[in-house]
Write a protein that binds this ligand. Sequence first.
Ligand SMILES: *Cc1c(COP(=O)(O)O)cnc(C)c1O
Length: 441
Amino acid sequence: MTTGALQGSDFADDEVVADLAAGGQTTWFRPELPPSASVLDSIDVDPQVMDDAAARFDRFAPWFASTFPETGTGVIESPLVAAPAAQADLDGRLGQTLPGRLWLKRDDTLPVSGSIKARGGFHEVLEHAETIAAEAGLDPQDARTYSGDAFRAQAAEHKIVVGSTGNLGLSIGILGASLGFACTVHMSADAREWKKVKLRSHGVEVIEHSGDFVAAVSAGRESAAADLRAHFVDDEDSVSLFAGYSVAALRLRDQFAALGEPIDADHQLVVYLPCGIGGGPGGVTYGLKRLFGDNVHCVFVEPATAPAMFLGVRTGLHSDISVQDIRLSGRTNADGLAVARPSRFIGPRIGPLISGFAGVSDDIISAGVAVLADTEGIEAEPSATAGLTVPWRGTVSVPPWPMDESTKHLVWLTGGAMVPAQERRHYLAEARTDLGALALT
Ligand SMILES: *Cc1c(COP(=O)(O)O)cnc(C)c1O
């Protein structure tokens, strides 16, 4: 397979890795990806996972509707919107006109937990709830089971454990606690204080670690292994998280269709996904490729200081290499993207489906917060804006998708709604001081 990835550890002379190591804004567009259909046929992912996860969310919709009335009919979904004002503003600030149209996927407003983690994290909690219900002789397919005392008594005897920099912990903790599970979230040093406070207010146990994200995940995994009644949500390796994220593709297909916006060979879609450990963007990419094949192109976007998935796929070493191996810090202000080593699950399977990678500096990620607030009235958190300027890189590097009027550029906004007002004001004030940094290279 020619995917442009290097073989083995032969990366010492690679100029893209050298650019990454220098900490600059690196772009890698991949013109020679194999056809999506042949990759999808060859990878070991059960083709049923996306439809099964969608059916699971449908079964739980009545439970969500009654437990979280703000979800309306109980569907956890976010709007898809065009962003003409942000597009015009960035045309000016970046000095290049983006052909085609800029769209935003508003996962910053996903109900209940306010980030893309509501997709994967909720799905894994729901799947686990079904397992516990079935073991207890209750009907796992009936949403009423989960409001009943019999289920809640069982759930209280079972624990859900997760390691997280924040947003995954929030989604697992809030949903798990509302189903009656005992929940423990192991948090890394970079996790924000307000997230810990919020979780504790839901009755979730928060254990703080001085190390990074991988250390928090390992601590969680170890504590759960010692406890037969504990389920560990493994962000480095979970098929259930992956399946939950992939459902976004089915919903997105329906949203574009409802707007009368085709996606086909003459109207291609490019999706820019902020990437931490890779589970969220990996699951979304899988779903989109299943539905749109070679007419969709997914670009993973990471902080220039923590390009873990970029480095793993480029070198072909996946989780066997970390950004510290090329002397990058792995630290960033982009909450949730401070990941030094990528998922074991995503790179080897989804790597050949990813059309491009981009590293973005922290001040440009931050500036995106100001651009969105001042042009579209959207208050996203910094990590969520990582992809905002990346569509314009196609005007200076040659991408494998058409750069003309027919192309839709969809920037996935991954979080924001849970951020307290005071923190948001702080992000925005800082973001306005970073606007001068906006540049393509
Ligand atoms: C988790 C997260 C991501 C990235 O998802 P991964 O599964 O870690 O790659 C992006 N943005 C936000 C706001 C997140 O919380």
